[in-house]
Design a protein around this ligand. Structure first.
Ligand SMILES: NC(=O)c1ccc[n+]([C@@H]2O[C@H](COP(=O)([O-])OP(=O)(O)OC[C@H]3O[C@@H](n4cnc5c(N)ncnc54)[C@H](O)[C@@H]3O)[C@@H](O)[C@H]2O)c1
Length: 352
């Protein structure tokens, strides 16, 4: 017996890792980063429309597995993502992810996508979009501490969106720095591998920390950070996992995505629960101030919020309209009579 082919309604576009890589190169990495920064900024500008909740995190001694849902009332999205700092030494990635968009009116999925690559892109696009609002005008030099999986994406987004020309790299593992430098050869960035974090931040107007360690680490100490810089701290994103000395936080004006989540996961978990922070969407809307003086230290305590993933999925979905870069996945059971799910199951009995 031959099992009937699934109906059209059964199929959901699926963007595999292979197709995501092809899509990104079809558009161009830097163009994708610039487009994503715009999509994320547009969604932050309509922040109040969205369902917002701190992500649902399942912690273990090895890492964390999280679900990140949100909806704008018409479209629903979620991401599954993990963070396992010890994975890298076992030949596995620290962060992997996939996500889904669904139609709120019917509840039907409209796209399933890989999000490991997309998360790196959206994290970098978010960092750069925020830096565009907060970094000192004319910033040309970026220090990047932590040269792992996220680092090249971060550097390219800062180049494309903020006009960064010089990149100063540091990682405790020189092999990571060598990898990052080699991957970015030909990018147009003027790259220096530095022997220490102190050397890396010399002359930098933007400092990005994107290290991975499941503990309270001190990647930057207070005496290292001079007046006027913008710090883009993205590696501290779990309870008990931070990168900056508390004293730096006390000297900075702190900007966050969703305070309810950042107070649990971000650098500000080191501060009192009511310590004043500014929500970045309000800076984008002009209802809160961003950088107000040349001497001010601005700190983006980025942990990654569900709306950024929603924006990224929305962007990828918009690129699929010409029928390329996805496969149809037989994902939604579609019986001829919606109430006869069992009857549909029986159709496959004894089939091949
Ligand atoms: N905020 C967000 O939205 C967001 C998104 C994705 C990842 N992350 C976080 O960013 C971090 C980096 O992610 P990744 O995928 O690049 O990880 P990765 O494991 O690929 O790279 C981390 C790098 O940090 C280096 N490192 C560790 N301790 C260091 C130290 N003390 N000084 C300098 N370098 C050090 C490691 O050698 C490694 O090269 C992780 O903590 C991850 O959870 C945040």
């Amino acid at each position: 017996m031959t099992i009937p082919a699934p109906s059209k309604l059964a199929y959901v576009p699926f963007v595999s890792v292979d197709n995501m890589m092809k899509l990104v190169h079809h558009i161009g990495v830097e163009q994708v980063l610039a487009d994503l920064a715009r999509y994320i900024q547009d969604d932050f500008a309509r922040w109040e429309l969205f369902d917002k909740t701190p992500r649902v995190a399942s912690h273990s001694t090895e890492g964390v597995i999280e679900l990140m849902p949100t909806s704008d009332g018409e479209v629903y999205g979620f991401k599954y993502v993990n963070g396992h700092p010890a994975n890298m030494k076992k030949g596995l990635q620290t962060v992997t992810a996939f996500g889904l968009l669904a139609d709120v009116a019917s509840g039907y999925p409209v796209m399933l996508s890989e999000m490991t690559i997309l998360t790196a892109l959206r994290t970098a696009a978010t960092s750069a979009m925020v830096a565009k609002h907060l970094a000192p005008k004319g910033a040309k030099t970026l220090a990047m501490i932590g040269n792992g999986a996220q680092s090249e994406f971060q550097a390219l987004a800062m180049k494309t969106v903020c006009g960064i020309e010089n990149l100063r790299l540091y990682d405790i593992d020189p092999a990571a720095t060598a990898k990052c430098k080699a991957n970015l050869a030909g990018s147009g960035l003027n790259i220096t591998a530095c022997p220490s974090p102190e050397a890396a931040i010399e002359g930098a107007q933007i400092i990005t920390t994107c290290t991975a360690d499941k503990q309270y680490a001190t990647i930057l100490t207070d005496n290292m950070v001079g007046a006027g810089v913008h710090i883009n701290a993205i590696g501290g994103d779990c309870p008990g996992k931070t990168e900056l000395h508390r004293d730096i936080l006390l000297r900075s004006d702190i900007f966050v995505e969703f305070p309810e989540q950042t107070r649990i996961e971000g650098e500000i978990q080191q501060l009192e629960a009511d310590y004043p922070v500014t929500e970045i969407w309000q800076v984008i809307n002009g209802t809160a101030k961003g950088r107000t003086s040349d001497a001010q230290i601005t700190l983006f305590d980025g942990v990654g919020f569900a709306i950024e993933d929603f924006s990224a999925l929305r962007y990828v979905h918009d690129q699929l309209q010409d029928g390329n870069f996805y496969q149809d996945l037989d994902m939604v059971a579609d019986p001829d009579d919606p109430r006869d799910l069992f009857g549909m199951l029986q159709r496959a009995k004894g089939g091949k």
